[in-house]
Write a protein that binds this ligand. Structure first.
Ligand code: PHE
Length: 341
């Protein structure tokens, strides 16, 4: 009987089917009710008692080996079939369109702003987010103890006061002046960081775009004309701008720029709070101290700079009332910009 068991075991191990039907046929022949294994069990009933233990073990082993082999063969066959289906493809199945992502509204607006200024001859400059005191403050005419440093609550990294996250992208302008002689015409987009409480109108991380133009005989009128062109391109041909006096350590004189409210056409609505104007950026003529600190002769050259928050511009452009939506990445919000430029 041992021989029969061994013979069957060998056949189970050597079995090499090509189809699922062959496997099933084999299973029935071996493990079925009238199969070879049951026949062995029948024979087993009449073996001598002293052989039962040994033969019983052999039969049990045979049974589990056969089950395992059949299951393994089925698994292999299925895998082979799905692999070949994947490589050849089922040509009769309906096609499925791949899901494509869309640009984030902040990227859309950033690209648009950059594109408008590139038409005026500006090129893009970038710089590091982790900065030092010189590039963020000192080179921009912030005196050491000047309270203006608190104006932009700074995140410091560790205990070293000289390692900090940039609070504005003006640091890129400093880096540009280090490496480039006038004429300079750069637009500097980037992420900035300020220790501010998060609300519908402020966040501790946001995006800025700043511009710098330095050449001989650059005047305030040039700045005004450039910004007016930008406002008309971004908010529509009928837009106008106004400037209000302001203060920045790195520009003199300085101004805040308002654009006419494109929702109510200047008549006054709840977005412009009844004023007809929306604040969009700060600007000014580069302070001679800044030019000198960066090795540019302030008697020969003059320039202007401007800076704006991308989230703010995007809020005005798309009528979004809560800035936090730009950071949550809720796809229901983002999908609304699928078809945007
Ligand atoms: N750096 C200023 C800010 O972050 C913006 C600005 C840039 C103002 C250039 C004037 C000129 O608030």
């Amino acid at each position: 009987m041992t021989d029969k068991i061994q013979d069957l075991l060998h056949r189970v191990e050597a079995f090499a089917p090509r189809t699922a039907a062959e496997i099933e046929e084999f299973r029935i022949r071996i493990l079925g009710r009238k199969g070879e294994l049951n026949a062995l069990m029948e024979e087993f009933k009449s073996v001598a008692p002293e052989l039962k233990r040994e033969l019983g073990q052999q039969i049990n082993h045979l049974k589990s080996a056969a089950l395992e082999r059949i299951n393994a063969l089925k698994g292999e066959l299925e895998e082979r079939q799905s692999a070949s289906a994947a490589s050849v493809g089922d040509m009769t199945r309906p096609g499925s369109a791949g899901q494509s992502g869309s640009r984030h509204p902040i990227s859309l607006v950033k690209n648009q702003i950059v594109e408008i200024f590139s038409r005026l001859g500006y090129t893009v400059a970038e710089g590091p987010e982790i900065e030092d005191d010189w590039h963020v403050f000192s080179a921009l005419n912030f005196p050491p103890e000047h309270p203006a440093r608190d104006m932009q609550d700074t995140f410091f990294i560790g205990k070293n006061p000289d390692v900090l996250l940039r609070t504005h992208t003006s640091s890129i302008q400093v880096r540009t002046m280090e490496h480039q002689r006038p004429p300079i015409r750069v637009i500097c987009p980037g992420r900035v960081f300020r220790n501010e409480a998060i609300s519908y109108r402020a966040h501790c991380i946001f995006h800025q775009i700043e511009g710098l133009y330095i050449d001989r005989n650059v005047s305030f009128a040039d700045m005004k004309q450039s910004i007016l062109y930008f406002a008309k391109e971004l908010f529509g041909e009928s837009s106008t701008i106004r400037m209000r006096p302001s203060y920045f350590p790195f520009t003199e004189p300085s101004a805040e720029v308002d654009v006419s409210c494109n929702l109510c056409g200047g008549k006054g609505c709840n977005v412009c709070k009844g004023t007809g104007w929306l604040e969009i950026m700060g600007c000014g003529m580069v302070d001679p101290n800044v030019l000198e600190a960066n090795g540019i002769d302030s008697k020969e050259y003059s320039g202007f700079a401007f800076g704006m928050g991308v989230e703010r511009i995007a809020m005005l452009k798309y009528g979004v009332k809560d800035l936090r939506l730009y950071f949550e990445n809720d796809v229901r919000f983002l999908h609304q910009f699928d078809s945007a430029l």
